[in-house]
Design a protein around this ligand. Structure first.
Ligand code: M6R
Length: 612
């Protein structure tokens, strides 16, 4: 939530900030703003997107070589010009951007108001800034020390960057719970919520850790202290991200590009993890924890949103192939539920961004109770990747579209590889089936290519349904999580109400919704319970519902009773979610386009949810 950028060096800062904010706009797009120093602090901010900010800033001063920028996903206060960041301190001498939530902001604000501070916005961020200013005045210390002391008073999450007009040659940054990366160039430094705005200038980065404060000075360079005032040696790392991965590459939207990237991203998720002769699976990242998984009393999947749906596929996989009991938990519920956790439980935390606040908190809680934590993350070096004991990256490449597509199939691929490896080592998955599934898995990218060739057909289908007000998605077994994911994709980008349900549960309630207006997407590949799903389709047709069947190539039965079908190449049912989720992504994409929705930046959403 919220993207923040900062720069200090010899280059003009305005284009660096604007470009950086555009890269980070997926994190929030309610408002945008920048503050640049040149003789004095010039502040430009407004409701809307970075493009609106550019128009807004056009007539003011944008010259200077130190500055900060922010793109907001509103938490405290409406998305308007006043609540947009950066914020000035009460005396207007300090300017700051913030990503996160200050939970005790109300008490702090009352205390500061009593001390005479006036507030212009409704944000918790302005409260933190005035607290810093108050500490600096009271303690008569440098700004970095004021930040350090003030942060002791704060409950919540933050990534902040600030500077003062008294010392405009120094940027100060701090973080706890929200990400912050420092790019280290030749005599210049970049700050950002992730590495995407940095890579075109330098590949050398330092990931600031929780409760660390970075002081970046033109003369003295980068120094890091922690909240206890201990000096920290910066750990310089190299980012591998390629610039082209951050561009649309000729596609109209990032979402479409990412849907089309899946044959490659799934292959990348498998790369180096299947032996050259195609007979064994090995995941280097979890090598030392495999025995823990084999002996696990239970696996608990924790995640949110689409990643939670991947976890649900993981439940079917691990129970089926490795005979380990699995629970799939919404991280936001799990973290507060005081769950029973045993030391021989293994928690698998799944997150594309690796920054989701609830997932991170769930990990910390389970860790404190002695569980082993394995991560499945896409973003290398992210907070979740660093908080886990071990893990496997999905290697899907940057996912910029807010609606998750290739990250989902990459997560399912990694879960499949893990379940195959653990099941075989544990002896619950016979060698012959293990090796057949590996061979089938290797075929998935080319099968997805075939699904993508049906784009035009799916587009035509979308034309028939884009005005629907409700949708139902049904599936059984491995297709149930796909139904949930299909419904989520549709509602988040097209704003059509959609529900995913286990097909057989339909008759316990949702069947009441079915009439001749209701499109029902039934994921019905040739798999266990196929006949039962066919019966469910008959039940829908008997109530005049409109059925769109996602079926295996050559299917005759569903084809005869459904109103429309999308055929997908056949594979083992264990692997079917990797294929059957793809036409549903395309369906929601085309429906959203026809409804004139902003596909890559749907309303009210942000790509990584770093607040709870
Ligand atoms: O980065 P994460 O995988 O932890 O994010 C979890 C959810 O916020 C995310 O999957 C969200 O549901 C997507 N918008 C779904 O498309």
């Amino acid at each position: 939530m919220c993207g923040i950028v900062g720069y200090i060096g010899d280059q003009q800062v305005y284009p660096i900030l604007i470009k950086g904010l555009k890269r980070l706009e997926y994190r929030g797009y309610d408002s945008a703003g920048i503050a640049i120093f040149d003789q004095e602090i010039a502040l430009h901010k407004c409701k809307g997107k970075v493009a609106d900010l550019e128009a807004h800033a056009k007539n003011g001063s944008v010259s200077g070589t130190i500055g900060i920028g922010h793109t907001r996903w509103a938490t405290h206060g409406l998305p308007n010009d006043v609540n947009a960041h950066p914020h000035f301190s009460d005396s207007k001498s300090i300017v700051m951007i913030h990503n996160g939530i200050i939970e005790n902001y109300s008490a702090l604000r009352k205390m500061l108001e009593k001390r005479g501070y006036a507030f212009r916005s409704e944000t918790d961020s302005e409260v933190l800034l005035n607290l810093i200013e108050d500490v600096q005045k009271k303690e008569k210390v440098e700004l970095d020390q004021a930040v350090r002391i003030a942060l002791h008073e704060v409950v919540g999450a933050y990534a902040i960057v600030l500077f003062s007009k008294e010392n405009p040659d120094r940027l100060i940054a701090a973080k706890k719970g929200s990400p912050l990366v420092i790019g280290v160039g030749e005599g210049e430094y970049f700050l950002a919520s992730d590495a995407t705005p940095i890579v075109e200038y330098t590949r050398n980065v330092v990931y600031l850790e929780d409760e660390e404060i970075a002081v970046i000075d033109r003369a003295q360079g980068l120094n890091i202290i922690n909240i206890k005032n201990q000096k920290i040696t910066p750990y310089l790392q190299e980012v591998e991200l390629q610039l082209e991965e951050l561009e649309k590459g000729g596609y109209e939207h990032f979402m479409l590009k990412e849907i089309y990237e899946q044959p490659r991203s799934i292959a990348d998720s498998m790369r180096g993890r299947i032996s050259v002769d195609g007979t064994t699976v090995a995941l280097g990242g979890i090598k030392d924890y495999e025995q823990k998984l084999i002996n696990a009393r239970r696996i608990i999947m924790v995640a949110c949103g689409t990643s939670w749906h991947a976890g649900l596929v993981g439940e079917y996989l691990f129970e089926d192939l490795a005979r380990i009991p699995v629970e799939v938990e919404y991280a936001s519920e799990f973290r507060y539920r005081n769950p029973v956790i045993y030391e021989d439980d293994v928690v698998i935390a799944i997150s594309q961004s690796g920054e989701t606040a609830d997932t991170l908190a769930a990990i910390e809680m389970a860790k404190s109770k002695g569980a082993t934590i394995i991560g499945i993350c896409n973003v290398v070096g992210s907070s979740i990747a660093r908080a886990t004991h071990a893990g496997s990256y999905t290697h899907a490449g940057p996912e910029i579209g807010v609606a998750s597509t290739k990250a989902f199939t990459a997560q399912v691929t990694v879960l499949t590889l893990m379940a195959l490896s653990i099941g075989h080592k544990k002896g619950t998955l016979p060698t012959q089936r293990y090796q057949q599934l590996i061979r089938d898995l290797e075929q998935i990218p080319s099968k997805i290519e075939k699904v993508l060739k049906q784009n035009d057909k799916i587009k035509q289908l979308s034309d028939k349904f884009f005005q629907a007000t409700n949708f139902l998605y049904l599936g059984r077994g491995y297709s149930f999580p796909v139904a949930l994911e299909g419904a989520l994709k549709l509602k988040e980008i097209s704003y059509i109400h959609a529900e995913g349900y286990p097909a057989a549960e339909m008759k316990h309630g949702p069947i009441a919704l079915i009439d001749e207006q209701m499109p029902v997407v039934v994921i019905a590949p040739k798999a266990s319970f196929y006949e039962k799903v066919v019966s469910n389709i008959q039940e829908i047709k008997a109530r005049k519902g409109i059925v769109i069947g996602v079926v295996s190539e050559g299917d005759k039965t569903v084809s005869e009773i459904a109103d429309h079908i999308i055929e997908v190449p056949h594979t083992d049912e264990v692997l079917m979610p990797l294929i059957s989720s793809v036409p549903l992504q395309l369906l929601s994409y085309h429906i959203a386009l026809l409804r004139d929705c902003n596909v890559d930046q749907p309303r009210n959403l942000a790509k990584s949810v770093t607040v709870e």
